[in-house]
Write a protein that binds this ligand. Structure first.
Ligand code: C2E
Ligand code: MG
Ligand code: MG
Ligand code: MG
Length: 282
């Protein structure tokens, strides 16, 4: 009976696995179409300067509303895009779309675009970025790229060369999800980042966990000592915002400040955010 059970489990497991693989294959095929017909969207989430309380930029976050399956999480479709090679196409679209959208954003605000580390192996990336800036008459200082450390260590020659080329255009580069990788310090030591984005997992329980608080505090000091800026992600309430301001973080981002919204919803949302911040600053 135990053996039968084991076999049933294996069959069941294989079924589940088959289902998962079928879904992934379908999603990759559909993603390719979505990129062709340009049906992906970028949502925007505000980033604020903690000293002035002003919105200084927006992070562009990809959204995919699948025609039959509904909204697919970026974590899922970005991973599939990376595995299938579609990430180059997706990444190029995101850069061009964001650089065009930023011209509709409040004057002077910056735009942060997520880049997969895989894109840093593509030698045409600096050219793509320059094209997007030129086409939209956008000053390079208004564009920032966010990169997570995954895969940065392997094959670091190309990545390093491209990072320097991109920076020489005047575009800034931030290390995203800082603290969640295996080699955060090594990456920070090796690559020329302009900014750290501290992962939201540390802010989450900052007010209750001594350890998390210590890590947030140390990361802020680390950025200061490295002479680069720091943004803390995932701010979900007023207490966290006040705490971060006291600790001396440069910038913050999170649901409390503003959720990611479509470009169309941004102007009204922007006003609500600004009002809320002005009320709480005093
Ligand atoms: P990320 O770049 O670290 O983006 C932050 C994620 O945290 C976003 O999830 C955002 O909606 C969410 N978030 C922001 N504030 C809060 C908060 O206060 N609380 C909580 N619980 N979550 C918050 P999202 O949009 O699902 O994106 C997930 C990841 O997908 C991103 O992480 C990024 O790595 C990747 N991604 C999204 N768009 C793109 C893209 O165009 N290209 C690439 N390569 N990756 C992308
Ligand atoms: Mg990001
Ligand atoms: Mg992040
Ligand atoms: Mg992330």
């Amino acid at each position: 009976a135990a053996k039968m059970n084991a076999i049933t489990n294996i069959v069941h497991y294989n079924d589940k696995l088959g289902e998962k693989i079928r879904r992934q294959r379908k999603l990759v095929r559909d993603l390719e179409v979505a990129l062709k017909v340009k049906s992906l969207n970028l949502f925007y989430q505000p980033q604020i300067d903690l000293k002035s309380g002003q919105i200084i930029g927006y992070e562009a976050l990809a959204r995919w509303n699948h025609p039959t399956l509904g909204s697919i999480r970026p974590d899922e479709f970005i991973m599939l895009a990376e595995q299938s090679g579609l990430i180059h196409e997706l990444g190029k679209w995101a850069i061009f779309q964001a650089c065009s959208d930023v011209t509709h954003l409040p004057d002077g605000s910056c735009i942060a675009v997520n880049i997969s580390a895989i894109q840093l192996l593509d030698k045409s990336l600096p050219h793509i970025i320059r094209e997007a800036l030129v086409q939209n008459k956008l000053a390079a200082e208004r564009l920032e790229l966010e990169i997570t450390e995954t895969a940065l260590i392997q094959e670091n020659n190309t990545a390093m060369e491209l990072m320097h080329k991109i920076k020489s255009l005047g575009v800034k580069i931030a290390l995203d999800d800082f603290g969640t990788g295996y080699a955060s310090f090594e990456v920070l030591k090796t690559f020329p980042f302009d900014k750290i984005k501290l992962d939201r997992s540390f802010v989450d329980d900052m007010t209750s966990s001594y350890e998390s608080r210590a890590i947030v505090d140390a990361s802020i000091q680390l950025a200061k000592n490295l002479n680069i800026s720091i943004l803390v992600e995932g701010v979900e309430d007023q207490a966290q915002l006040n705490e971060l301001r006291k600790m001396g973080s440069d910038e913050a981002q999170g649901y409390y400040i503003g959720r990611p919204v479509s470009l169309a919803d941004l102007s009204s949302d922007h006003l609500t955010t600004q009002e809320k911040l002005e009320k709480t600053a005093s």
